[in-house]
Ligand binder design. Structure first.
Ligand code: ATP
Ligand code: MG
Ligand code: MG
Length: 550
């Protein structure tokens, strides 16, 4: 069940099924192929596909491709891939552009009924004539053209006799309506552009407000779920369905769009980040796109669980992006095997450990689940530990390694630091320790205790890795509210790239998007773009801890 029981849309639909208004339902997810899908779309996908699945209905994936200028097949393909990756299957795949003939016929029907006319006002004039919330609009001087003249002009528009913007077709409704959407909205415009699907067949294209209700009606959609900003357009949606004499009458229901803290969530803005080179494409691991989240290492389960938890509301709000992190941690906790990885390596040499000796250390694969078994990893005289696990002059309450102090190497022995080797600049490049063979983990040794356990990898067998750590791409929570452009709010430190090592056993043969929980460092996923046979690149999905609880 992808849906929260407090989901008011689900309740409406269940009621429609129970009262027999519908025997079965059809929903749709209607992206415009003008960019990649983002986490906001995931909410809509979970809702539309989830309801259809739960209530044994059908769901269409429909590309709302009525604007030839911004659309592209690259986007069509990425959208299909992302919906499938999220774990959903559509019953039908449609393109709104397949209905252009049908829409054109319905526009002609409106003209014949005296409910549409060709207008020649300029965009500025049209804005002025439209009026405001408090002022009624004025009628266009072209409003009372005869049906014959309108039919003739619309055909000429279609035949390419006019330039872009020279004329539009408008619905003839009510210039003094309190709902501005009713003040003779444009239903067709001229655009001499090649369309990704219909090529050069058309030079007039339907506007969203006219096209969308027809698309829904043509497909027999029962419940057309959209975001709140379309609430004002619902009466117009119903008007077009009625006046165009559509057989099926879909019902539009609005819900609140998802907003996340420190995130811009509009394809237009995301495209700007890509075009300005601020991110490494649409699938940059810092992007809130589905492809970016996937590349970062988020699982589809965690995204679906997140969407279920946030539920469906009737008022806009902003969700803390840490909530998404909570769900991916929860999912990866059981799925991602433990491993040791060193992000900022420091050489540690055990001077009393036999040279060229290697022993295998057994470690658990999951701290909370014994059934996940154990693995063997090599241990020897030369190791790497984290730079942060050593301090030459320890601060107060520092219990990790410092000269004279003893710690446990996870799963192995106690080691004590005796010496520090530095380069000519005084930087510590190696620490020398001795180990106590009696202290091996599992040996039952209890004579003395240490205050900390640190992780490590064996230097000669370790696999070199690059680790990429991320912070939010957008610094401010609501840049727009303060009149700032979001591009002024880019975090200059949103990525940190580190060259380190990981234990060889499971990590060496890891494939793209394989996930690990690197001890103490967080959940990581193999990057599907920059990893090579010689070096794995890991994206940190999330650190281990957050204060957030849903
Ligand atoms: P954007 O401004 O990001 O381009 P859009 O609404 O124009 O968003 P569409 O391609 O038209 O993008 O969206 C397809 C579907 O996804 C629509 O039904 C839309 O309502 C829904 N959707 C888009 N963004 C969100 C969001 N942030 N939260 C929930 N649903 C969303
Ligand atoms: Mg849209
Ligand atoms: Mg948009």
């Amino acid at each position: 069940n992808e849906n929260n029981s407090s989901n008011f849309i689900r309740n409406i639909i269940i009621n429609d099924l129970e009262t027999g208004k519908h025997d079965s339902i059809i929903t749709r997810f209607p992206p415009e192929p003008n960019g990649y899908l983002h986490i906001g779309h995931a909410k809509s996908i979970c809702l539309n596909f989830g309801l259809a699945k739960e209530l044994q209905g059908k769901v269409n994936l429909r590309f709302d491709d009525t604007n030839p200028v911004k659309e592209d097949v690259e986007y069509v393909n990425s959208i299909k891939e992302d919906v499938e990756w999220l774990g959903f299957n559509w019953n039908n795949l449609y393109f709104a552009s397949d209905y252009f003939d049908e829409m054109y016929k319905r526009a002609i029907l409106l003209i014949k009924k005296g409910k549409a006319y060709v207008c020649e006002l300029t965009p500025d004039e049209m804005r002025e004539y439209r009026g405001t919330l408090t002022e009624p609009g004025k009628e266009s001087p072209y409003r009372n053209r005869s049906v014959e003249e309108n039919l003739d002009l619309f055909e000429k528009m279609r035949n390419g006799d006019f330039q872009n913007g020279e004329k539009v077709l408008r619905a003839k409704i009510d210039m003094s309506s309190p709902n501005i959407n009713f003040r003779d909205p444009i239903i067709y415009r001229i655009a001499h552009s090649t369309h990704h699907n219909t090529g050069d067949k058309w030079c007039v294209y339907p506007m969203y407000a006219f096209a969308h209700p027809l698309e829904d009606a043509i497909e027999g959609i029962t419940h057309s779920i959209c975001t709140l900003e379309f609430a004002d357009q619902r009466p117009l949606y119903d008007w077009f369905v009625k006046e165009c004499e559509m057989e099926n009458v879909p019902r539009q229901i609005e819900f609140a769009r998802l907003n996340l803290t420190n995130t811009v969530m509009s394809k237009r803005k995301l495209k700007e980040l890509v075009d300005e080179g601020i991110t490494d494409g649409w699938d940059d691991p810092r992007m809130p796109t589905i492809s970016g989240l996937r590349r970062r290492g988020y699982t589809s389960e965690s995204i679906r669980n997140f969407c279920r938890e946030i539920g469906v509301a009737k008022a806009d709000s902003k969700v803390d992006s840490q909530m998404l992190d909570f769900f991916v941690r929860e999912d990866l906790q059981s799925k991602a095997p433990l491993a040791m990885g060193i992000l900022k390596p420091l050489k540690l040499v055990i001077t009393n450990y036999p040279e060229n000796d290697v022993e295998m250390i057994e470690l658990e694969n999951n701290a909370k689940d014994e059934t996940k078994g154990t693995r063997l990893i090599p241990f020897g005289r030369e190791l790497y530990i984290e730079q942060d696990d050593f301090m030459e002059e320890p601060v107060k309450k520092y219990f990790r390694l410092f000269p004279g102090n003893e710690v446990r190497l996870k799963g192995a022995y106690f080691v004590k630091c005796n010496d520090v080797i530095k380069d000519e600049n005084g930087n510590v490049i190696e620490i020398q320790c001795t180990y106590d063979p009696k202290t091996k983990s599992g040996s039952g040794f209890t004579d003395r205790k240490v205050k900390s356990t640190i992780h490590w990898v064996e230097a000669n067998t370790a696999t070199p890795c690059e680790f990429r750590l991320y912070e939010p791409l957008i610094l401010d929570d609501a840049p727009e509210n303060e009149g700032k452009h979001f591009l002024e709010q880019i975090n200059p430190n949103s990525i940190e790239i580190l060259q380190g090592f990981a234990e060889p056993t499971q990590v060496k043969c890891a494939k793209s998007l394989d996930k690990f929980q690197f001890v103490r460092n967080g959940f990581f996923s193999v990057d599907n773009k920059y990893s090579t046979d010689n070096k794995l690149v890991f994206n940190r999905v999330v650190p281990l801890k957050s204060s957030f609880k849903p």
